[in-house]
Design a protein around this ligand. Structure first.
Ligand code: 3HC
Length: 310
């Protein structure tokens, strides 16, 4: 294709983005836009599916039938979120098999947060409250992403995420109003999850490989640091209501800024976990691989049925 043609296509494409017109699967798009979306949406889908694992381990140990039912519903939702997002990624020309293969081989990334262990029931509350709370901050902004199928998936997912966060905070509230031992258990869980949750928003904007282009293409609507700050600002009052503290002596309200100041993330820990040497990386992939192998017969049966009846 002539350079002039490509240039005019790129200009028309950016005009659509600037006018907030959603990009749909059949529209012309720069190859790098498509690749960036496949990267982000597939990693998002992997995160949803791997994110089911820490909570799955506590299903059989939920303290009441009600807590078990809420946790089971949440885990099922996460699996569904993964499927919406894999489907959105497939509209860009990548196959489900390819994405799943990249996850199972360890090639693909998923959210670092899911490589930390869930040690007791308080972790179920803190994961729902803080991890899903952070995901909501990120995903509410992503409802306005420029790619149509991703935006629509986010709108659907955000409706379910608010239940996830509420059930988590309700667990925390019960523990915060419980015995001294329950209060200690909750505070310990907050201490272990606080910093890994702040890492969910990615590196600082200045260290982000994709942010500048993703913001220009309106794939990303708010920057990593902007989302992180929004999350801290909305979470601290909830922490105070629980009469709990964050493991950050620098966390304090800055009247001038109108935001909370907070300490620096341990970026060595972040990149170690992203690169695969976190506390649970190997275990998460082993469980995913076993589930995939154990489910082979279902895929074979479904494919055989589809071939016979097509
Ligand atoms: N965990 C793992 N990798 C991360 C990461 C994290 N927390 N934050 C950043 N990275 C990776 C990026 O993927 C990128 O690597 P790549 O080039 O190999 O893809 C690299 O670090 C540089 O980071 P950037 O900030 O430049 O990357 P992005 O512009 O993609 O921003 C992001 C990172 C903010 C996570 C963005 O990808 C995003 O918004 N993704 C969609 C939301 C998402 O995936 N959330 C994950 C949690 S889902 C969840 O919590 C489910 C809920 O139901 C519990």
């Amino acid at each position: 294709m002539q350079d002039i043609d490509v240039k005019s296509l790129e200009t028309a494409f950016q005009d659509r983005i600037d006018q907030e017109i959603k990009i749909e699967p059949r529209d012309w798009m720069p190859e790098d836009y498509r690749k960036n979306l496949i990267r982000q949406i597939s990693q998002h889908a992997h995160s949803e599916v791997v994110g089911m694992l820490p909570e799955k381990n506590w299903l059989t140990r939920a303290p009441t039938l009600k807590r078990k039912m809420a946790l089971l519903a949440k885990i099922q939702d996460e699996g569904g979120h993964g499927l919406y997002l894999y489907s959105a990624a497939e509209t860009l020309g990548v196959s489900r098999e390819e994405m799943v293969r990249d996850l199972l081989s360890g090639k693909a990334k998923y959210a670092s947060i899911f490589n930390y262990p869930a040690l007791n029931w308080a972790d179920m509350g803190v994961i729902g409250w803080l991890v899903d709370g952070a995901a909501i901050v990120n995903q509410v902004a992503l409802q306005r992403t420029s790619y149509g199928p991703y935006s629509r998936a986010m709108i659907r997912i955000c409706k379910e995420e608010s239940f996830h966060q509420r059930q988590g905070y309700d667990i925390c509230l019960q523990l915060a109003r419980g015995s001294d031992e329950q209060k200690r258990m909750l505070q310990d869980a907050i201490n272990r999850w606080w910093w890994p949750v702040l890492m969910m928003f990615g590196p600082h904007d200045s260290a982000s490989a994709h942010s500048a282009q993703s913001m220009k293409w309106k794939i990303k609507r708010v920057s990593n640091d902007g989302l992180r700050q929004k999350f801290v600002d909305q979470t601290v009052p909830q922490l105070e209501f629980l009469k709990m503290t964050a493991p950050d002596p620098q966390l304090k309200w800055n009247e001038e800024r109108g935001h909370y100041d907070f300490g620096e993330i341990d970026w060595d820990e972040f990149w170690n976990v992203v690169k695969g040497v976190g506390p649970c990386n190997k275990r998460r992939l082993a469980v995913r691989n076993k589930a995939h192998d154990d489910g082979a017969w279902v895929r074979e049966a479904a494919n055989a049925y589809a071939q016979k009846n097509n």
